[in-house]
Structures are given as structure tokens and as C-alpha cells.
Ligand binder design. Structure first.
Ligand SMILES: [Zn+2]
Length: 1006
């Protein structure tokens, strides 16, 4: 077995060995050798690296040719037999790399690196150690990591020189962080680089898009040769006086700033003459450079508050978004000063903001340099620059393992960014970031919410869905949504909570000390904890063990008030401090922190003139439910919350009840034109109690029709069940003869927790009890009874972009029948696009059927409105006889799934099996919505003449319109179908994908 990138510590290593016996053997061995205490109990050390790289850019072929020498000093107490080196450009070399696999899962880009433009790699390597050839191997299936076997072991305290030539093919810059857009280059994660060896051993890691890095500190001496008219932004300090003078002259030339040159980027031919620029840097763990012939230059400086040292600041940007970028230098200077005041002096002598032509996220950090993409507005540009500047502390100087503990860099940085931005723009509202006009915000009742509440709203979506994960996991453990929502939103809020509890001065002192102690070193979570615990007498277990280490939920509640006491209750799992405030109008009269408690607790409240008591009025705690956080001191219903009425989808305020409205129109043949109103209590953030009502006034018969649904969601903590949903639904629409059909449904749906949060596989079971108008009586305009039905089912779904599938095992029972069915839908994705081969397999059998009505049996064709005894779907002409109107041709692709209408004439089946295939057309034709299809079916109709064959087949094409309509043309059919409908015209059917609820229908394909 070899070490994969997932292994970061000795305990992981034991786990990954797999078989139990192996593990036992290892433990016994470790006991004998006295190694059982983990390696991390060793004293701190860190390796030292000194790079010298000479690199030449070929901007015709988009290639680098280079030679690298790394002086590597073993400061560990261990003798090293081998080294791991990262060869990250190889992440782009084929479709089996960890990067390709991640992009495949997250973005569905299957054959990404088959395209030569998108492919990148590093080759021409010839590693030597102290000038002697050595054996080195790529790791199996990880061509972006190699293992170099040392000719002689490297003893503690010794140093060696590793050297190699290398050549890099630069991929087109649309995939991740390394790349070029024409002749604009983003050269990052580009050179052979040793993996970190620390207290926990080796940390080889493949390059990933979601997930960052971990590298050794050292010195860089890099010489870059390229055509003379390129402007270069690089990590470290430029050593060429002549080039520096050129940049100074460019910075003085402010002509570009006075013209509106939005988007005006013109091609400049590369000069034949080359130049060699030398950059040096120390206390750095990475080196990246960016170059473009179009860069404008701005230069400034910041005097650091503690040391008085001067930092030279630069901005290099093209004319693209130049209006926005005019102020970027000011943003950078202010943020460097702001963070230096909060955390300690900026760690380097230079800082560069460089604009990127690539589309790899909003911004990316390197030591003393940040690369920023296209931003929406000035505020966002400031915010992104601020965030990336924060990384000079939490990434560049405090070199934690970002891959294993993304919260140590991303979350703390996000928290400082949020604090700095709130300070700088105290009145910034959330709507200003997402909407254009205040009018719109007022209309949506979103004009008052502060910008900083964005974090909370983003986090509430996974939190209320019971999909939270602890924030101290590795980058690769998160789904892509959770990587953003847990690491950037939730964990950032966690640090605000800690700061509010400790107070700014204690928190800032602790963070200063953490920075001082761990600057240019590799801190781990316990190191952060030790520093914080040494700065307060307060117990911080709730923060480091529970808030960071678990997904326990926080929900305190006010029960009641008696004079100067308040009864509060902990409804959550987290036992953590809570802040209670007295509020008069909009101002806070007092704030009181109470240490965490479980169950109920009486809290003394100071006397004062306040109208409301509220838990956490400033939103510093990640409170899951805020409607139970307040109580007024007067009024009949002191615990009631404001109700917000709003049109359309609004931004929901977790402190208020939202009721939203949308006008709705509808039409069907019986009711005619209908006018109604959809009402619901918010869509974006799940709630325990949810409802949706769409009543309609019908103009044909002046009555009421519509649909309504209420549901109650149960979300137990950390249990096998993620979400149990209890629903009640009612439907009523018109039927022939001035009747109405009615349907009532009670359901329980149990969604299981996926065994891994980042797994695309979801499982659920459901049970429904239904009452529906008797279809036979409806069609024959007789007095109508309500029939009862039971449905039970199991659903297994893989909802990935590539090769998704859905398996439904269903059972249905009515008074006179029982049936069971399996319905399997699979999409075999084609390379690169959303296209694929869609396969549907259906098998069903009637366990019992004593009904005189044929339509309860299994339908060979997809059911049309007329034979749907459960009135599923939206049918404008549900009761129309086939082919009398356009809408009478409507069907749903369920049960047998044949398009040709054969249910009436050939009858229903006691059992049937069917296979349906449809596919996009190959190559570019796949983009248009025309798909050929083939449907095959076998049922229990006995063998006889041709017309009575149990084998049915049809082939044709379908047109897909906006994923809403599908029109099927069955051109070729078997004789039995032909005998019923000889003309193609009589076989054309339509499918309307506009259902309120799709699940739970027997034999339902989608
Ligand atoms: Zn970041």
C-alpha cells in the first residue's frame, strides 16, 4: 500500500490500512517499538527549503522551460529515506488525476483533459541529489506527486541539494488556478515542490480545485526570462533596478485612469527582445507570478503601526473594469493597515494586487500577492481584495495545513474580512449587494437587513435542512455547497461568537499572540486553542470541542418573564454561552452574557426602561431559530413576532414570519380560465412548518378550485434520519358534467442521512394515504364516492451531474387491487456536456385485481389524464378523449411508458416489463432538443395473431422544449400498435413537466 493524499497523520494511517488484522498487527508492532504515543507529541520542528529557479516563458507555445535547485534541510529528529515532491501541473494531465476526478464530481466535466488546449503537465524532469542521479517514481494514479528515494539517508540536521530541469505546458486558464488566456499568464502551483514533513509525518497531497495547500517555509530566488514588453507581478522583491524604474514610470503615467476604457483590451505583439527579472523572497511557502503586456501599474505604500516599517504596495491591472480598479490601491492600503492594527504588522515588505483574466473564482492568495478576477461592483472588489489581504496572516505567515483544516485559514480570514468591512461600511445593507435599486429592496422588505447578515442566510439553508457538518473537517470532506456554507459562512460566524463572548480586547490580544508565536510556522488547531486558553480564565471547551468539532445546533429560547427574571430554555444540543439584551425601540439598553446551560434556567434581568428582551439581537451567535428569541414587556401576546407580507420571493428575515404571495393563472377545459393567488411562507430557508396554498376562482362555473399543502419537518440531530416530513395535501378541480374531482393525501416521507455528506446518493422511504374521487363515477357523471389508496415506496437516488440515476420500488393498494413495481432511470452521460443516453427500465405486477374497472391494472402506455385514477400532474384537458384536442394528447411517462395510445384498445396488463431508451444526437447536433427514442414492452397478453402479440415496440423522436414540454413522434411501431393506430398523426403525444409533487407515484419515470 502507498500513502495517498488523504493521509495526514499517524492515526489516519492506521485507519487507512484497512483490514482489522493489519491494524492490530501494527498496533502490536508500535507497542514493541515504543511508538504508540502519536508522532504529534514530538517537539515542534520545521524543515527548511531554499529554492533557486531559472525559468523562461515561451508565449508562442504557452510553455515554461526551467531549472530548479532546492536546498533542503532536515530539522526533524527523524532520518529520512525518501522525499515527496509535488508536480502539480500534472493535475491537468489526464482524466484520472485527483483534480479531474473532483471536477468530474463537482462540475461534471468528464473528458476535460482530453482537450489538448485544457491539458497541462510538467515533464523533462531529471531529479538529482547533490548532483547524483536518484531513483524517483510517480505515485500510482497520482502523477502530480512523486517519491524521490535518497541514495543515502538524510540524517537529522543534514542538508541536501535536489535539482531538476523541468518543462511545463500551461493549460488554457478556464479550469483552475494555473493557466493562460491568450498571452495573459497566471503561473501558480507550477514548480516541483517538496511536501511538508512535520510532527505528523509526510503530507503529500494532489492538486485540487476545492481544497488548498500546505508547503514548507523557505527562501526563493527566481529568475524569469520573457519578452521585454511584459509586465510581471510576482511574489517577493524585484531585484532589477532598471525594471523597477520602468514600473515606477508606468505608475506615474496616470493617463489610463482618465479615459473610460472599460473592456478595451487590445492585442500587443510580444517584443523579440527578452529580459530576465530576478525576484527574491524569504519566510515564504509559495511563489507565483502573473504576466500580461496590458498591465497598468499603480504604486503606493503603507507605514506599519507597530514597527514603523514601510510596505510597498502595487496594483497591476488591465483596462478591463478600470473604473472599478482606480480605487483598488486605496482598498489594499487600507486593508493592510486595518489588519496590521487588528492582528499585528503585515509580514512582508511588498504587496501586489493583480488582476486576472482567468475565471477561477473571485480571488486567490499567494504570499504578498493576490490575484483578483472580475467583480460586480466597487464594494465587492474591496471585499475580495480585503479577504485576500487577510490571507497574508492566515495562510502566508501562519502556514497551517489548509487542505486538512480549511477553517484555520479561510474561516478566520472570512471573519476578519467581515469585521473590517462592517467597520468600514457600517450602514451597508444586504440588498445593495444583490439588488440594483432601493425600490426593489423595499418591495421585497429587504431594505433594512445589514450586509453582514449574508453569512447567516447562506448558512441557514444547509442548517435548516439538517445537512450541517463540523467546521474542522478536511476540504475534501465537504460537499461543494457545504464547503462554502460551513467554512466561509458558519465558521466565520463561530469566530464572531467567540469574539463577542471574550470581548474585543481579549480576543485581539489572543490573536496577536497567536500571530507572534506562530508567524512563519505551521500551527495546528490545538496551537490556536492553547493560545486562546492562556488568554482567558473562561472555559472555551464549548468553542473548540463542540462548536468547531461537531455539528451540534444552537437554539436558545425565551419561555417567559416574571418581574426581573427571565426563564430561558436550551432547545439545541450545543451548551454554549448566550447573550440576552434589553431593547427599547431600536437601541440596546443592556447586554448580559450567561454561560451555557442545558434545560431551563432562570436569569436575573437588570432593572431598566426597555420594551423587549431578546436573545442575541446583534446576530453574533449561529442561532438556528430566532422566532423564539424574544419577548415583549407589554402586550397581550408578548412572544408574537412581526409578520411580513410580501410579493414574490423575498429575502427572509429569520426574526419575522414571512407570508409571500404570487398571483397565479391557470386553465383547464372544465374550469375554464382561473385566477388565483399562491401563498407560502418562504421558499429559500426551510422551516419546521411550511405551507403552500393556490386557490383559484374559476370563470366557467364561478366556483373555487385549487391546491393546498401543509408540511411539518422533523430534523433530529445526528441520527440515521435526516428529515422526516409529514404532509397533508388537498386538490380540487373541475370534471365533466359540472362536477369536481377531489383528492386528499396524507404522507410521511423519511429521508435518510447520507453516510458521507459529500456523497451524491440519497435514500428515502415514504407512505401515503390517499382519498380520491372514483374515476369511473366521474367519467360517467354518477354520484361520486371517495376511494382510498395506500402507497409505500423506497427511493434511491444519485443526483450527480454525471451518470445520475433514480430507483423507485413502489407498492400501491386500493380496495380492489394491489400492485408492485420497480422503476429505474439512468442517464449515461456523454463527454463534456449535459447530454447522455437515458435509460428507463420498468417492471410491474398486479398482486391482486378484482376491480371491474380496467384502469387500475398496469398501463402499457404512459397514462393520460383520463386513466389516472389518482389525478396526478397538471392536465389542462384531463378528461378529453384522445386526439380530440391538443391537450387530450397529454400523457405522463409512467408504468409501461409506450407513447402510442394502446391502453384503451389493447387493454391493461397483469404484469409488464419495459425498456425505454432516448439519446441526444451526437456531436453538435446534441445541443438541439431533438432526441431519438426506442420503447420496448412485454406484457401478459398471450401469444396469438400478430395483433395480439405481447411484444410491443416503437421508435421515433421527441422534441424537448425548454425542459417543459416534450412532443413525441412514434414513427415506427410493431404490428399490434399499427393495427390500432395506423397513422403517425394519431400517435403523437405530449408530456408537460409541471408537477407540484413528483414523488410517490407508482411507476413514475422522470
Ligand atoms: Zn480565502
Amino acid at each position: 500500500m502507498y500513502v495517498t493524499n488523504k493521509i495526514k497523520s499517524m492515526s489516519d494511517f492506521k485507519f487507512h490500512l484497512g483490514t482489522y488484522n493489519y491494524k492490530l498487527l501494527l498496533i502490536v508492532l508500535l507497542m514493541f517499538t515504543g511508538y504508540l504515543p502519536t508522532v504529534s507529541s514530538q517537539a515542534y520542528f520545521q524543515q527548511d527549503v531554499a529554492y533557486k529557479i531559472d525559468v523562461t516563458l515561451n508565449d508562442k507555445r504557452h510553455e515554461l522551460s526551467a531549472f530548479e535547485k532546492v536546498e533542503y534541510t532536515n530539522n526533524s529528529p527523524d532520518t529520512l529515506q525518501f522525499l515527496y515532491f509535488h508536480l502539480w501541473p500534472n493535475a491537468y494531465s489526464n482524466n484520472k488525476t485527483e483534480l479531474a476526478k473532483q471536477l468530474f464530481t463537482l462540475k461534471g466535466r468528464e473528458k476535460l483533459f482530453k482537450n489538448p488546449e485544457l491539458r497541462g503537465y510538467i515533464d523533462s524532469l531529471n531529479f538529482k541529489i547533490n548532483d547524483l542521479s536518484v531513483r524517483w517514481d510517480y505515485l500510482p494514479n497520482q502523477p502530480d506527486i512523486c517519491k524521490i528515494w535518497l541514495n543515502t539517508p538524510l540524517m537529522p540536521g543534514q542538508k541536501i541539494v535536489i535539482s531538476t530541469p523541468f518543462h511545463v505546458k500551461i493549460p488554457k486558464g478556464v479550469t483552475s488556478r494555473l493557466g493562460h488566456m491568450e498571452e495573459s499568464y497566471q503561473i501558480s502551483q507550477w514548480f516541483p515542490k517538496p511536501a511538508v514533513y512535520d510532527r505528523n509525518g509526510w503530507h503529500p497531497m494532489s492538486y485540487l480545485d476545492q481544497g488548498e495547500f500546505y508547503s514548507e517555509f523557505g527562501t526563493f530566488d527566481v529568475s524569469i526570462t520573457l519578452p521585454d514588453n511584459y509586465v510581471v507581478a510576482a511574489t517577493g522583491e524585484l531585484q532589477n533596478i532598471h525594471e523597477l524604474e520602468k514600473l515606477n514610470a508606468l505608475a506615474k503615467d496616470t493617463a489610463w485612469k482618465s479615459i473610460a476604457m472599460l473592456g478595451k483590451v487590445k492585442h500587443i505583439t510580444s517584443s523579440a527582445q527578452t529580459k530576465t527579472l530576478r525576484y527574491t523572497g524569504k519566510n515564504m511557502h509559495d511563489f507565483a507570478w502573473f504576466t500580461d503586456k496590458q498591465f497598468n501599474v499603480m504604486k503606493g505604500k503603507v507605514v506599519l503601526p507597530e514597527s514603523g516599517k514601510v510596505v510597498t504596495t502595487w496594483v497591476m491591472c488591465t483596462n478591463r473594469q478600470s473604473r472599478l480598479w482606480k480605487k483598488s490601491l486605496e482598498y489594499a492600503n487600507q486593508a493592510i493597515l486595518g489588519f496590521s492594527n487588528l492582528i499585528g504588522d503585515y509580514p512582508y515588505s511588498e504587496f501586489i494586487v493583480v488582476q486576472s483574466a482567468l475565471s477561477a473564482g473571485l480571488g486567490m492568495e499567494y504570499p504578498g500577492l493576490t490575484v483578483i478576477g472580475v467583480t460586480k461592483n466597487a464594494y465587492t472588489l474591496d471585499e475580495v481584495i480585503t479577504h485576500e489581504i487577510g490571507h497574508n496572516w492566515f495562510y502566508a505567515a501562519l502556514g497551517s495545513n489548509e487542505r486538512r483544516y480549511p477553517f484555520m485559514d479561510e474561516s478566520i480570514t472570512s471573519n476578519y474580512q467581515e469585521r473590517y468591512m462592517t467597520n468600514k461600511y457600517p450602514n451597508k445593507k444586504l440588498w445593495e449587494i444583490i439588488l440594483k435599486k432601493k425600490k426593489q429592496a423595499k418591495f421585497l422588505h429587504a431594505d433594512k437587513m445589514p450586509a453582514r447578515q449574508m453569512e447567516e442566510l447562506a448558512w441557514l439553508i444547509p442548517a435548516r435542512n439538517n445537512l450541517e457538518q463540523p467546521v474542522n473537517l478536511a476540504s475534501t470532506d465537504y460537499s461543494s455547497g457545504n464547503y462554502n456554507q460551513m467554512i466561509y459562512s458558519k465558521a466565520s460566524m463561530d469566530f464572531s461568537y467567540l469574539r463577542a463572548y471574550l470581548g474585543d480586547s481579549v480576543y485581539d490580544e489572543a490573536m496577536h499572540a497567536y500571530y507572534r508565536t506562530w508567524k512563519f510556522r505551521h500551527p495546528q488547531p490545538d496551537d490556536l486553542r492553547t493560545v486562546f486558553e492562556s488568554h482567558t480564565d473562561k472555559d472555551l471547551d464549548w468553542f473548540f470541542d463542540d462548536l468547531i468539532g461537531t455539528a451540534k445546533r444552537l437554539d436558545y429560547k425565551i419561555v417567559r418573564r416574571e418581574n426581573h427574571r427571565l426563564l430561558a430554555k436550551n432547545n439545541g444540543e450545543l451548551v454554549s454561552p448566550v447573550v440576552i439584551a434589553g431593547i427599547n425601540a431600536d437601541s440596546i439598553c443592556f447586554e448580559k452574557w450567561i454561560d451555557g446551560f442545558s434545560g431551563e434556567k432562570w436569569i436575573d434581568i437588570p432593572q431598566g426602561n426597555y420594551t423587549e428582551l431578546k436573545i442575541d439581537p446583534n446576530h453574533v451567535m449561529p442561532e438556528l431559530f430566532r422566532l423564539n428569541n424574544n419577548i415583549r414587556t407589554a402586550g397581550i401576546f408578548p412572544k408574537s413576532d412581526p409578520v411580513v407580507h410580501q410579493l414574490l420571493v423575498g429575502i427572509e428575515d429569520p426574526e419575522k414570519h414571512s407570508i409571500m404571495y404570487i398571483p397565479a393563472i391557470n386553465w383547464n377545459r372544465e374550469n375554464g380560465f382561473m385566477l388565483g393567488l399562491a401563498m407560502y411562507n418562504g421558499l429559500l430557508i426551510p422551516k419546521p412548518f411550511e405551507y403552500l396554498f393556490i386557490p383559484f376562482y374559476t370563470f366557467n362555473n364561478s366556483s373555487l378550485a385549487g391546491f393546498g399543502k401543509i408540511s411539518y419537518n422533523i430534523t433530529p440531530y445526528n441520527k440515521l434520519i435526516r428529515l422526516a416530513k409529514i404532509t397533508f395535501e388537498g386538490t380540487r378541480f373541475g370534471a365533466p358534467g359540472n362536477q369536481n374531482y377531489n383528492k386528499l393525501k396524507a404522507g410521511l416521507e423519511i429521508n435518510f442521512r447520507p453516510n458521507k455528506a459529500n456523497s451524491p446518493i440519497r435514500q428515502k422511504i415514504y407512505g401515503h394515504y390517499l382519498l380520491a374521487s372514483d374515476l369511473y363515477q366521474i367519467e360517467n357523471i354518477e354520484p361520486v364516492n371517495m376511494n382510498s389508496y395506500i402507497q409505500l415506496g423506497y427511493n434511491l437516488e444519485k443526483s450527480s451531474l454525471v451518470n445520475p440515476y433514480n430507483l423507485l420500488v413502489a407498492f400501491e393498494s386500493g380496495a380492489s387491487f394491489q400492485k408492485a413495481a420497480v422503476d429505474f432511470n439512468y442517464k449515461l452521460s456523454y463527454p463534456g456536456r449535459n447530454n447522455g443516453l437515458e435509460i428507463r427500465l420498468f417492471a410491474g405486477t398486479m398482486i391482486r385485481n378484482t376491480s371491474p374497472n380496467s384502469f387500475y391494472a398496469l398501463a402499457p402506455s404512459g397514462r393520460s389524464g383520463r386513466d389516472q385514477y389518482l389525478y396526478e400532474g397538471t392536465f389542462p384537458d384531463r378528461f378529453g378523449k384522445f386526439s380530440t384536442s391538443f391537450w387530450s394528447r397529454q400523457m405522463t411517462m409512467n408504468e409501461g411508458g409506450l407513447v402510442s395510445p394502446v391502453n384503451d384498445q389493447l387493454g391493461y396488463s397483469n404484469w409488464l416489463m419495459s425498456l425505454s431508451l432516448s439519446s441526444n444526437l451526437p456531436w453538435k447536433a446534441g445541443r438541439i432538443g431533438v432526441k431519438p427514442f426506442v420503447n420496448l414492452l412485454l406484457n401478459d397478453h398471450g401469444l396469438g395473431t400478430n395483433q395480439n402479440s405481447p411484444f410491443f415496440g416503437e421508435a421515433g423522436f421527441k422534441i424537448d422544449l425548454w425542459n417543459l414540454f416534450e412532443i413525441y413522434f412514434p414513427l415506427l411501431v410493431t404490428a399490434n400498435i399499427q393495427s390500432i393506430n395506423s397513422s403517425i398523426k394519431n400517435r403523437i403525444r405530449v408530456v408537460l413537466n409541471l408537477d407540484f409533487s413528483k414523488q410517490g407515484q407508482i411507476g413514475r419515470g422522470n
